[in-house]
Design a protein around this ligand. Structure first.
Ligand code: A4P
Ligand code: MG
Length: 189
């Protein structure tokens, strides 16, 4: 006979289940040198974090940086976001490109000015030479505007295949970078 449960009996307590979803550490770099640069970076952070999939998000201080390469163009604001994700790398790239589109980015000359650039710097220890998604980002190791804010967030960070960010930083061209203490990014709403 099936035992009858009285209607007022509470359900068996469920032991708290650990969340076993695998998470991959990710690092994204954001840059803007057109329009309201800080608003563009903030929109990038907000759009990246708007849907589930990025956890433990942290955003770096903001830096004013001299353009690297490309035509004559205004200075950039740059920042870095780190997180842990359950999403595939491609989905993160898609989110970054959706954020660029939302800020009406127009693709001009290579390394030219832009309202918002979102680059996927590192996805775990993945290494890929796919031109649509090269990992780690092929120029991150030599760019102070990526390494400095990343190091601010994680002084022990390692760039797969390249070594410790602290060491890369020592070798990267110094200068052309000024911390903007008056400009701060909020975590995604
Ligand atoms: N792509 C491949 N791998 C990646 C990746 N890891 N992350 C592909 C993001 N995109 C990746 O990108 C071109 C193509 O790269 C995309 O189709 C994507 O599938 P894009 O954003 O359209 O063009 P881009 O950003 O001009 O090209 P590129 O070569 O990625 O430029 P960089 O290296 O990002 O440099 N100076 C300062 N101070 N601050 C800056 O932020 N940024 C740049 C852009 C140049 N100078 C700068 C700054
Ligand atoms: Mg880019």
């Amino acid at each position: 006979m099936t035992p009858r449960t009285p209607p007022d009996t509470p359900p068996d307590p469920q032991p708290d289940k650990p969340d076993l979803t695998p998470r991959t550490p990710v690092v994204l770099a954001l840059g803007s040198n057109l329009g309201d640069r800080l608003a563009n970076l903030q929109a990038g952070v907000d759009i990246l974090g708007a849907e589930p999939g990025l956890e433990d998000v942290a955003v770096s201080p903001v830096y004013e940086t001299v353009p690297a390469g490309g035509p004559d163009q205004p200075d950039y604001l740059n920042a870095v976001l780190v997180a842990a994700t359950s999403l595939p790398a491609r989905a993160i790239l898609d989110r970054g490109q959706a954020a660029e589109a939302a800020r009406h980015r127009v693709r001009g000359p290579r390394w030219g000015p832009r309202t918002l650039d979102v680059d996927l710097i590192v996805y775990g220890d993945a290494i890929s030479d796919d031109p649509d998604l090269t990992l780690p980002h092929p120029r991150a190791h030599e760019r102070a505007f990526v390494l400095v804010p990343w190091h601010d967030l994680d002084p022990g960070a390692v760039l797969p295949g390249r070594g410790r960010v602290a060491d890369l930083l020592a070798a990267a061209p110094a200068g052309g970078l000024r911390r903007r203490r008056d400009a701060r990014l909020r975590l995604p709403a």
